[in-house]
Design a protein around this ligand. Sequence first.
Ligand code: FAD
Length: 465
Amino acid sequence: MTAPVILWFRRDLRLADQPALAAAVASGAPVIPVFILDDDTPKHRKMGAASRWWLHHSLMALDADLRGLGSRLILRSGKSDEILNALAAETGASAVHCIRHYEPWWRNAEKAVVNALPKGCELVCHDGNYLLPAGSVTTGSGGQYKIYTPFMRALWQHMPPAVPLASPTAVTVPDTWPDSENLGDWNLLPTKPDWSGGMSEMWTPGEKGAQARLAAFDDKAQYYDEKRNLPSVEGSSFLSPHLHFGEISPAACWHATMRAGGSVDVFLKELVWRDYAQNVIVQFPEYGAKNARDAFDKLPWRDLSDPAVMADFVAWTKGRTGYPIVDAGMRQLWATGWMHNRVRMITASFLIKHLLIDWREGEKWFWDTLVDADYGSNSVNWQWTAGTGVDSNMFVRIMAPLSQSEKFDAARYIREWVPELAELQEPAIHDPDEFGARPKSYPRKVIGHKAARERALKAHEAVKG
Ligand code: FAD
């Protein structure tokens, strides 16, 4: 009997355009697909609660898809290197195939797996979750890009990406399957209370759900540039959690969007942001925890151990700041695990500049509540908004949430997510306090825009000094 090969799934939970699966199948050996719930590897950033909900459903979908090919998914939990070593020893596997990931903990885990595998079993890493492997697009002198625009231009020279691989039609299976843990025992779903109702309504985790989202975007792609900034309109692709969990490849998204036709470059450039974020965390593995600009270490953030500051933070998380656009966004996030990109920028800027609370607190909240929580994309966008990043907006450019709300026509969005304001008309709905139209059930602004702006600019003096 030929020695089997192990297929190590992480956040690449698909069968189509999955080069590790394709290589495992091409080897002709029996394939043992495994997913390891790894909360144990040192410095591994544990998945947030919304991501765990997604993972549960995505693993169910992957197992069902594998069963459609006569195969199945083996589940194990623990440190990746120890589990893979044990599984390889137990099955006599000759190789472990996986897709390469760039989070610092996954890069460390890959190194640990190489050292841990029994003799005769090798780790084979493939590329496939990004348009190009992180680190492969270099400057003329061979260095790494730190700024998005030149990175995007350089990457663009290598596009389109390779044509996506089809799903295999058959997978060779082993004579006997190794033991698997039960998904239900992992307790990935919330109970007491179960807050996942809104997420179940909005999302279908898994490869089929991803393909349906992509197909639905076909007709919208050419209007993306016009509509993507309007939170009241479904103008973007809603592909982010599917891309994060690798239920669809960016190459598949690229080619499908090109086929849809029209002017789609703006959308494709957003996909490049995803690659850019991975390139940043490869260069700065601590990007989620450390200001890229050291001068910002001096910024006097308000202290969360002060109950008044904590109350402001809680008001932000619960969508009760008295700024309708901010509150709508934070409630959309809580209910669905997703927030419109423009509103992510507004809510993040509000926490950092209006409330003068450290961006890392916001990054952690998003990490826990987003279904697309992604170490690279989340930290790069938070540092961009805070002005602390290698490529970022300037701290002193302070977004005015109320005029952003008017400019991007958010009235319908606010009515949907802040029902207390549903009866208000424009312009009062954008700023009920100012127009004397605030219902009793809706909070006063936690701080006025002018006062907040002055406080933020004063705090920034410490950075300049
Ligand atoms: P579309 O507009 O349809 O874009 C297509 C795809 O391109 C997205 O699915 C995503 O994979 C990628 N993309 C688009 N914009 C960005 C961007 N600015 N940075 C990186 N990739 C991008 N995105 C995440 O996937 N995970 C995160 O944890 C995350 N955190 C964020 C935090 C903040 C403070 C901000 C301002 C943005 C964050 N984003 C994050 C980026 C962006 O908001 C989402 O990717 C986008 O809203 C997802 O919706 P969509 O799939 O409809 O995007």
